[in-house]
Design a protein around this ligand. Structure first.
Ligand SMILES: O=C(O)C(=O)C[C@H](O)[C@H](O)COP(=O)(O)O
Length: 203
């Protein structure tokens, strides 16, 4: 699968922080049942890599690693079986390593120079991060204009009230958000309902 195909699977990519690996499978099951099958597990907690291994066993889940900031974390994420890699930013070293590994890669950008660094590497699918703090939809519209070939997954500060507006902008293939995956022990019925609502956000 390409990163473009992954971005088109669902309108929202849950940005997941797992503190207890026992929460991984129930959370993934609930999200997939609600129609959100692309799952980004952030490497922010010691349980993250084990959580990726667990979630991969959930039928229909496409599980990737987020918060991958260097080559060491990239290797760890790949070893855990990550199906895609998300980074809050883009360094040349990480970009080249991800391309070499032939793993779908979604690096973060927040300005024109970041996008140009990505294009130099052959990348044109980006996370716009931190989406709201970096200027919100007006900033992304201005940035996307000179780079017509690029597509984006805005993430950071987006919630159920604002996601539809972002998704209505053509270059936005999906948005990332933590609101669909609240921290702690998941109440599966609630998570499934929130996921189902998120699923309908694309106009
Ligand atoms: O961990 C990373 O790699 C990040 O890029 C940060 C996350 O994407 C945002 O923290 C999610 O933002 P919220 O939906 O506003 O909570």
């Amino acid at each position: 699968m390409t990163i473009d195909e992954i971005m088109r699977k669902a309108p929202v990519i849950p940005v997941i922080v797992i503190d207890d690996v026992a929460h991984a499978q129930p959370l993934a099951r609930a999200l997939v049942a609600g129609g959100l099958n692309v799952l980004e597990v952030t490497l922010r907690t010691p349980a993250a890599l084990e959580a990726i291994r667990e979630m991969r066993q959930v039928e229909g889940a496409i599980v990737g690693a987020g918060t991958v900031t260097n080559q060491r974390e990239l290797s760890d994420a790949l070893e855990a079986g990550s199906g895609f890699i998300v980074s809050p930013g883009l360094t040349e070293a990480l970009g080249k390593a991800a391309i070499r590994a032939e793993v779908p890669f979604l690096p973060g950008i927040a300005n024109a120079g970041d996008i140009m660094r990505g294009l130099d590497l052959g990348l044109d699918r980006f996370k716009f991060f931190p989406a709201v703090a970096a200027g919100g939809l007006p900033a992304l519209k201005a940035l996307a204009a000179p780079f017509g070939q690029c597509r984006f997954c805005p993430t950071g500060g987006i919630g159920p009230e604002s996601a539809a507006e972002w998704l209505a902008f053509d270059p936005v293939l999906c948005v990332g958000g933590s609101w669909v995956a609240p921290k702690g022990a998941p109440d599966e019925a609630t998570v499934e309902r929130i996921a189902r609502e998120a699923r309908t956000l694309r106009p």
